[in-house]
Write a protein that binds this ligand. Structure first.
Ligand SMILES: *[C@@H]1O[C@H](CO)[C@@H](O)[C@H](O)[C@H]1NC(C)=O
Ligand SMILES: *[C@@H]1O[C@H](CO)[C@@H](O)[C@H](O)[C@H]1NC(C)=O
Ligand SMILES: *[C@@H]1O[C@H](CO)[C@@H](O)[C@H](O)[C@H]1NC(C)=O
Ligand SMILES: *[C@@H]1O[C@H](CO)[C@@H](O)[C@H](O)[C@H]1NC(C)=O
Ligand SMILES: *[C@@H]1O[C@H](CO)[C@@H](O)[C@H](O)[C@H]1NC(C)=O
Length: 607
């Protein structure tokens, strides 16, 4: 139903060549008239927000796997773990008896019932629903690992149970004939015989005695390239062909208070020894002894971890985790959004000097805006963030037209239309962002990197809206803003062609690039044009320099638009606003076509 209306709507503006407003884009394809767009132009910005990582991209199913979510004190907050059984059959508590020094809290179960006669049929124990339900799929395999200690023999049942209480998979782990009085690693692989998107992991027993558990993990065996990333979400990011990855985030890195700042050293090495990166990343406990010296040393050690040789102190830790080769880390941002703070510049310079001295090839990002006037301190890049309404975002397509052409380059590391114009991700927001991106493309002599923010949201815990990719335990979709980025992914490393727009309207923004499709090895000329008006628009393009080169066949038109600017995608209609492809018949170097209201049109011509 919706689809039909949509198609009629589109073809109406395609066929009836009536519109008051008109524009012509003159494109000069003469060799040498264009300019290369940086190879690293479009990237992705990953921050642990909205459960982007924990309960998102990272495929771990168990939430609060170390029972440490409330901090290192006991009794600890064991949420969302729940007891299986009742007070007469089992008692649950926490103590500090774990074998892991950096996360001492362990779960203690005092099993009061004994044997199948006095225990419930499935035994007693604990259950974990993961991040708003675990996605368990038929025939898929899951590796469950945990550490246990007991007063005697261990006889456990490990199972996945659906929200309707059906058993999806189950294995038993027993220590036949010997007491597990020391902490012991236990592992089993479960294969699901049915699918449930809202399942729980249960560890139960019918054996009387005391049992301790710690560091319980359940991972699907089938993850993106075996890297432990949830496949569907990783594929959505890969489809954007990001040329850089900003990590580990913005405000998350620093925390509201220093004690909650991201400590990379606590997030590397054997997972079971990491103190607290599970569960709620915004309330995990770290000590208060973090001062300036530790900060600088922390940064240098972090660089050694990424870039140092496998023989260096931190590089060897990386190697022990299975990555002996250095990572291709090239750029470091010092701070996030605190240029206005009195101590920023002074501290910035200390970091800048120390990093440049140790790693002269590392480039450094300042978060002071240099788009108006030059910086008073050295930097290779300056960070530019913008969250605004749709009209303002559209108007910002000229933002960098008069930025200084020398000095540090811009890294637009966070941009998005937000608040009422954006809802949870509207067409209106996306079209305004498309105009902004065309402006950045045209200014790519001074803007070298661009990423949308935030990338992900788990719909069960929206901390920030809108976001590019929305997901729950088992499904995901891209917002219209995601699809705009998708359409711009060919721009990294392309040639920006020399073009001039003549227009009767202020609501048209256009650019032309030449790019090679790596899989087909063919050269394309791509014209992108935004119509930010509520009326259709008559658009002509005229290519000079190589008229004869435009091939009549094989050209395509891709349009992102919809019947209503406030349209959004959703789990029930994930493809309401997505690129619509059609062939562009009889392509030539001089053509006129109609642009629908509030749309991004992309024309791919063969040359
Ligand atoms: C196209 O670019 C070439 C090379 O820069 C230049 O010589 C020529 O004048 C341009 N043509 C037009 C129509 O601007
Ligand atoms: C998942 O199951 C829990 C109970 O186990 C229930 O409270 C919750 O509403 C369910 N979620 C969905 C999305 O069905
Ligand atoms: C296990 O411990 C119990 C006491 O808790 C003891 O009676 C038993 O002999 C031990 N078994 C083994 C195999 O060590
Ligand atoms: C955005 O999503 C939340 C739930 O995830 C919902 O409560 C809210 O109404 C949505 N906003 C809009 C504008 O649709
Ligand atoms: C394409 O060109 C052919 C031959 O010139 C013509 O018959 C046909 O109508 C044209 N198609 C369109 C869609 O303009």
């Amino acid at each position: 139903m919706t689809m039909k209306i949509f198609l009629i709507f589109l073809s109406c503006f395609t066929l009836c060549c009536f519109a008051k407003q008109r524009s012509t884009l003159h494109i000069n394809v003469t060799e040498g008239a264009g300019r290369k767009i940086p190879d690293t132009f479009f990237g992705a910005f990953f921050e642990e927000i909205n459960h982007a990582g924990a309960g998102g991209l990272w495929a771990e199913l168990v939430r609060n796997r170390g029972f440490e979510e409330g901090g290192s004190s006991v009794p600890s907050n064991i949420f969302p773990w729940a007891m299986v059984g009742d007070d007469s059959t089992i008692q649950i508590s926490t103590d500090r008896s774990s074998c892991f020094d950096r996360n001492k809290v362990a779960l203690r179960m005092d099993v009061l019932c004994d044997g199948p006669k006095s225990c419930p049929p499935d035994g007693v124990g604990i259950s974990n629903p993961g991040f708003w339900g675990m996605n368990i799929e038929k025939t898929h395999k899951y590796k469950v690992v945990f550490f246990a200690k007991a007063s005697g023999v261990v006889d456990l049942r490990v199972s996945f149970v659906g929200s309707d209480n059906t058993e999806l998979a189950s294995n038993s782990i027993t220590s036949v004939g010997h007491n597990v009085t020391e902490w012991t690693r236990m592992e089993t692989v479960l294969e699901a015989k049915a699918t449930n998107h809202n399942a729980s992991l249960q560890i139960t027993t019918s054996k009387k005695g005391v049992l301790w558990l710690d560091q319980v993990s359940a991972m699907p065996l089938d993850t993106f390239k075996g890297h432990g990333f949830r496949k569907d979400l990783a594929q959505r990011v890969a489809a954007l062909k990001p040329k850089f990855f900003r990590f580990p985030g913005g405000c998350y890195v620093e925390g509201g208070y220093m004690r909650n700042a991201f400590r990379w050293k606590d997030s590397v090495g054997a997972w079971e020894e990491r103190p607290g990166h599970f569960g709620d990343v915004w309330s995990y406990w770290t000590d208060d002894g973090f001062g300036y010296f530790e900060g600088l040393q922390e940064a240098l050690d972090g660089l050694e971890f990424a870039k140092g040789s496998a023989k260096s102190k931190w590089g060897s830790l990386r190697a022990s985790m299975g990555h002996p080769d250095p990572f291709d880390l090239r750029i470091v941002a010092i701070g996030n959004e605190e240029c206005a703070m009195s101590k920023y510049r002074r501290n910035y310079l200390k970091f800048y000097d120390a990093i440049k001295q140790a790693y002269p090839d590392i480039e450094i990002i300042s978060n002071c805006d240099a788009s108006q006037k030059p910086l008073d301190h050295p930097a290779d890049f300056y960070d530019f963030h913008i969250y605004t309404n749709a009209n303002d975002m559209f108007s910002k397509h000229t933002k960098f037209d008069d930025a200084p052409r020398y000095g540090p380059k811009a890294f637009v590391s966070e941009y998005a239309v937000w608040q009422s114009d954006a809802g949870n991700g509207t067409l209106l927001a996306a079209v305004a962002e498309a105009a902004f991106l065309i402006g950045l493309e045209k200014n790519s002599d001074v803007v070298h990197m661009v990423s949308y923010a935030p990338l992900f949201v788990n719909k069960n815990d929206r901390r920030w809206t809108p976001d590019a990719i929305v997901f729950d335990s088992h499904q995901s979709y891209g917002t219209p803003s995601y699809w705009i980025q998708h359409l711009f992914s060919t721009s990294s490393g392309a040639t920006l062609l020399d073009s001039t727009l003549e227009s009767t309207s202020d609501y048209i923004v256009a650019s032309a690039i030449e790019y090679r499709n790596p899989s087909e090895k063919k050269m394309y000329l791509r014209i992108k044009v935004v119509n930010f008006d509520s009326d259709p628009h008559r658009f002509r393009f005229s290519i000079s320099g190589v008229d004869s080169k435009v091939k009549a066949y094989g050209a395509t038109r891709t349009v992102i638009t919809g019947p209503n600017v406030k349209e959004e995608n959703s789990f029930s209609e994930p493809n309401r606003i997505v690129p619509q492809h059609s062939s562009l018949k009889n392509a030539s170097s001089d053509m006129t076509l109609m642009l629908p209201p509030y749309s991004l049109t992309s024309l791919d011509l063969f040359i």
